[in-house]
Ligand binder design. Structure first.
Ligand SMILES: [Zn+2]
Length: 276
């Protein structure tokens, strides 16, 4: 059986088909129809038709509420409150499995990516939104509220003068990590010093994760993860905020690049080969 993965991003939607041996046989990326739920359903259905036969797993921003089954916590706010699973199944004509996009990304990188062999992996999406996913010994940690790893809406720690006033977030809070560390936030910041400021904020935010989860590996994904400077600067900057005499946690770029989220989505129906 082929496995189809869909990564439903805020600016792009990507599809991937893996053959029964786990080899990539199809990949396509289209711009996301922003702000339009019906067009989003149609776009995913069209991508799945192009992708061929197979099971369908979809990585989404946010999660399905354990109370209502509806989408919550999505930076793509036009998905919030929608019965996305049922609507996609109707549009596609197949059963669909949904999971948080950062969880899909973290799983792909933990199993045979940058975090291969590590016991605890924190996968971070620095894209249109900011999310995180936790994989422990090869398994995604979903959590009691389906929000494990969702650090993007924690407040940015230790706000400094250049972080003020606290930025309003779509979620209704102010000063969320996402409002400083998303791709659009970095773009808006602009100028020479923007990336340096970004690295320092990322270090503060990740230090909080290290103090709680103490992961072996943190893998960055999403558009901003292509900034090579981050992998050198952030681990130097986070030292002062981590409550430890040494920090062994490694900050790594994704081995599977842009394809990691969509690979993890394809695996929602099992696999890859050799992995339960
Ligand atoms: Zn927020």
């Amino acid at each position: 059986m082929q496995r189809i993965g869909i990564d439903l991003g805020g600016t792009k939607i990507e599809a991937l088909t893996l053959d029964p041996a786990g080899k990539e046989v199809f990949r396509k990326r289209i711009p996301a129809p922003r702000g339009d739920y019906a067009a989003t359903l149609a776009a995913v259905a069209a991508l799945v038709r192009d992708a061929g036969d197979g099971t369908v797993g979809v990585g989404i921003p946010g999660a399905l509420s354990k109370v209502t089954g509806l989408v919550k916590n999505a930076n793509s706010t036009w998905l919030i409150g929608k019965p996305l699973q049922q609507d996609l199944e109707k549009a596609i004509g197949r059963k669909v499995r949904l999971a948080n996009d950062a969880n899909c990304f973290a799983l792909s990188e933990a199993v045979d990516g940058a975090g291969e062999g590590a016991e605890v992996v924190f996968g971070v999406i620095l894209g249109t939104g900011v999310g995180g996913g936790i994989v422990v010994r090869g398994e995604v940690l979903t959590g009691a509220n389906a929000i494990a790893g969702e650090w993007g809406h924690n407040p940015l720690p230790l706000p400094q003068a250049s972080d003020l006033p606290l930025r309003p977030c779509y979620c209704g809070r102010s000063g969320c990590i996402e409002t400083y560390l998303s791709g659009p936030a970095l773009e808006r910041d602009g100028g020479e010093a923007a990336l340096g400021r970004y690295a320092e904020r990322l270090a503060r935010a990740l230090a909080g994760v290290i103090n709680i989860l103490d992961p072996d590996v943190i893998v960055l994904g999403g558009g901003v993860s292509k900034e090579a400077r981050l992998y050198e600067e952030v681990p130097q900057l986070w030292q002062r905020h981590v409550f430890s005499d040494q920090v062994a946690t490694r900050l790594l770029s994704p081995r599977h690049g842009d394809a990691s989220g969509v690979r993890g989505a394809a695996w929602l129906w099992g696999g890859p080969p050799g992995v339960k």
